[in-house]
Design a binder for this molecule. Sequence first.
Ligand SMILES: [Zn+2]
Length: 66
Amino acid sequence: MAQWVCSVCDYVYNEEVGDPAAGISPGTPFENLPVDWRCPGCSVGKEAFVRVDEEEEVETNEEDYL
Ligand SMILES: [Zn+2]
């Protein structure tokens, strides 16, 4: 699952965690968030979020490994 960071306040939306305070269940993909969902940190809309690509553990390009 991916994480998305707010470009305004650096709040991180973790798809594995969701946003329980806003009624978003863990495991909710960012694109499935309601259109009126707002950043819990600064209340900007979804368009201000940028996807975070996790690269720390990528040692190979073997995408079929999983
Ligand atoms: Zn924010």
